[in-house]
Design a protein around this ligand. Sequence first.
Ligand code: SF4
Length: 324
Amino acid sequence: SEPILKVEHLKKYFPVRGLFKTIGYVKAVDDISFEIYPGETFGLVGESGCGKTTTGRTILRLIEPTSGMIIFKGKDVTKLKGDEMKWFRRHAQIMFQDPYSSLNPRQTVFEIIMEPVRFHGIEVDDPEEFVIRLLESVGLNEMHLYRYPHEFSGGQRQRIALARLLALKPEFIVLDEPTSALDVSVQANILNTLKDLQKKYGFTYLFISHDLGVVKYMSHRIGVMYLGKLVEVGPADRIFENPLHPYTKFLLSAIPVPDPELARELKKKRMKVEGEPPSPINPPAGCRFHPRCPFVMDRCRKEKPPLIEVEKDHYVACWLYAKS
Ligand code: SF4
């Protein structure tokens, strides 16, 4: 089928201002391309500062891209204005990480959910009934209708935020670390609700997280980001069974394993990756992972590795896999 979203050569550079002039750019997202198909979850994973959150926000034009194309249902989002932009705002939504700042503390749950419905001019016969149905679909109920955000736990607030975005019947939802501020037990519940809703309504998700375990649980396909670049893209099971990029291998080896024997086994194989990610202001030349890569070769320091298809639907940007 046709992708619902196509991202082509997307760049987002933030200027770094000195006292008198711009002294450089943070290349938060630096020429990435990928596609997302209807009804799937595309997971975007990487350490903090890799550009995954900027990617999600740029796609929704919450921040303006520096260059590149974002095609949503055949329309270039970077060029939308007026009514078309409003159409896009309705059909492409975001769920943020922080359950404490995303809801207006002075509004009741009813008002919180109805506000965007009114803004978009959506007609509902019985607003109370409409909001109750939405609350029920996310595991809340009519008892919560006229309460205020401070009366709820973090997990419940995320459910309210979810009900609010469901009210607009979106097709595409960016989930930006939606559970990372929550307790592990609450996390699992919210993730399962998100999966159930996807099955029921056919939502397409861009799931952003630093937690590879959570990304694996949620995603059909995964993109691994490092310093503003996509370094590996492929089906979730392939990435886990057969990670190709040295950085992906490193990320995988850092997942906590509950079984002590397996943990010992993994520790023996664990890759040694030195240091912290370098600054995206002046990213390393060539392969951006080269200062930390145990397999670095001469070429890696000079030439940027392109993202190439190594096996069906599995792409990697690393000179170890280049044929020439
Ligand atoms: Fe390592 Fe070179 Fe591959 Fe980069 S291109 S990940 S430095 S082997």
